[in-house]
Design a protein around this ligand. Structure first.
Ligand code: F0G
Length: 459
């Protein structure tokens, strides 16, 4: 029987949700051209589109915002945030920015030259985009077990260190500008990366003189998995584990919209390289604003500083990951296939197996996401072929190795009853899976099409 970890908080502010009928949802979806990003949030009952910036801040975070110092330079919040980051990550230099992709925009050009490779366990889409903007090439080298959705492995987000070494040998170390560890590995299903794997990857990076950085969006969730799954870490605190993990890297980019539980914000951390920090500051000023606010209001800096500690609290993380595991358990009991075990922030339903009659070019992950909206007003998203833009030269649709419907859990937002409803909706759709149809695209932009493309259900 699936077990739910009780919330380590109580609710003192509520946001009403709109209840809709199936007939209404059919109209909304048609008007949105079958693109879930085009729905108004009021047309959605349970919004699982992203866990990014969608969390509920605590009373302490809201209180800290009233203390926000809006000085143009040198605000108190900046120094408070610096202290928190130094304490939690053990790094000397910190640069706030407005979100994760801004951190990538500023840091990656300092590390990558045209024609070089960026190797990662897996690049998130925005990271991939910024590597491309540096005219560099991405290389994803996740361990093979990430592709077997049924197989239990404690750290399916790991880098394939052997493949990485072989790749560096093949192209030459001077051709690799950076190695990125994405923790947790979002694209593989929010799957964690072990400390051993971070250590081993860093060792190889050092051998070849390549800088290793961390995409730290979900660093605390990753530390929770290390604590609960990796031998030798059960008695270490989340912050101790975080310090060790980050000691192996030389810098990090971070979207604070996830584990710092704020609605907007990002960070760049640099361990000790003053010249790199100078380069980062030089790019931050024109892109993001002066170094002590980096695209954020003074009050936002305060909320991040508080949120970083709340996001690393063990009782919070046990509830947080417990909620995702609870949804996973309900699906497992009902025989719904998904990336197993669940990751930290979402359940990735294996749409290829739920809808085996829908070929990749009719987008099973998107079809399942749309069907869940029709069923119960739940909004998830495709992480599969629909997300992959056509080849710019041939116009051909690439086939994604995995076809997922991603259902994210915003932090501290939904209750057990909401999760029960989500599980039931998925089970209902699986029961009538054969009737679910694929989709075709009737209009798309050149890049990142899934945000704005228009679709049509196939007859
Ligand atoms: N890195 C990872 C691993 C992410 O998951 C994200 C965002 C980013 C970087 C970029 O951060 O949005 O603050 O600019 N992921 C969100 C998601 C959008 O829904 O998975 P950002």
């Amino acid at each position: 029987m699936a077990k739910y970890v009780p919330e380590p908080f109580k609710i003192k502010m509520v946001e009403p949700l709109t209840l809709t009928t199936r007939a209404e949802r059919e109209c909304y979806l048609k008007d949105a051209n079958y693109n879930l990003f085009a729905l108004r949030s009021d047309q959605v009952y349970i919004d699982m589109l992203s866990d990014s910036g969608t969390g509920a801040m605590s009373d302490s975070q809201w209180a800290s915002m009233f203390k926000g110092d809006e000085s143009y330079a040198g605000s108190r919040g900046y120094y408070r945030l610096m202290d928190a980051v130094k304490d939690i990550f053990g790094y000397r230099y910190v640069q706030p920015v407005h979100q994760g992709r801004a951190a990538e925009k500023v840091l990656l050009p300092c590390l990558l030259k045209e024609g070089q490779y960026s190797i990662a366990n897996m690049h998130f889409d925005t990271t991939r985009g910024h590597v491309g903007l540096c005219k560099a090439i991405v290389k994803d080298l996740v361990v093979p077990e990430a592709h077997d959705t049924d197989k239990y492995a404690p750290f399916k987000g790991n880098m394939d260190v052997h493949a990485m070494k072989a790749f560096i040998e093949q192209v030459g170390a001077d051709k690799v500008g950076v190695i990125i560890m994405t923790i947790t590995n979002n694209t593989a299903g929010g799957q964690p990366v072990s400390m051993e794997n971070i250590r081993e990857t860093a060792k190889v990076a050092r051998e070849y003189g390549i800088p290793m950085i961390i995409d730290a969006a979900r660093f605390a969730e990753n530390a929770y998995f290390i604590k609960t799954r990796e031998p030798g870490y059960a008695d270490k605190s989340i912050i101790e584990i975080t310090r060790e993990a980050f000691s192996y890297a030389s810098a990090f980019t971070m979207s604070a919209k996830k584990d710092a539980i704020v609605n907007m914000g990002g960070l760049i951390g640099i361990k000790d390289d003053e010249r790199l920090f100078d380069a980062v500051k030089a790019l931050t000023v024109p892109y993001e604003g002066f170094v002590t606010y980096g695209g954020l209001a003074g009050r936002d800096l305060e909320a991040i500083a508080v949120g970083l500690y709340e996001g690393t609290d063990f009782d919070y993380l046990r509830y947080r990951i417990g909620q995702v595991e609870y949804l996973g358990e309900l699906l497992r009991e009902a025989g719904v296939p998904f990336q197993y075990p669940v990751g930290g922030h979402a359940v990735f339903v294996d749409a290829k197996r739920v809808l085996p009659h829908i070929p990749y070019y009719q987008f099973p992950g998107q079809a399942l996401a749309l069907e869940l909206y029709l069923e119960a007003g739940i909004r998830g998203c495709d992480v599969g072929s629909y997300m992959l833009d056509p080849d710019p030269v041939t116009g051909e649709q690439p086939e994604s190795e995995m076809e997922f419907t991603r259902l994210c859990l915003p932090r501290r937002v939904y209750t057990q009853a909401h999760i029960d409803l989500v599980a039931q909706a998925i089970v209902n759709v699986q029961k009538r899976a054969k009737q679910v149809k694929g989709y075709e695209i009737v209009w798309q932009p050149k890049v990142l099409r899934h945000f704005t493309a228009k679709l049509r259900p196939l007859a």
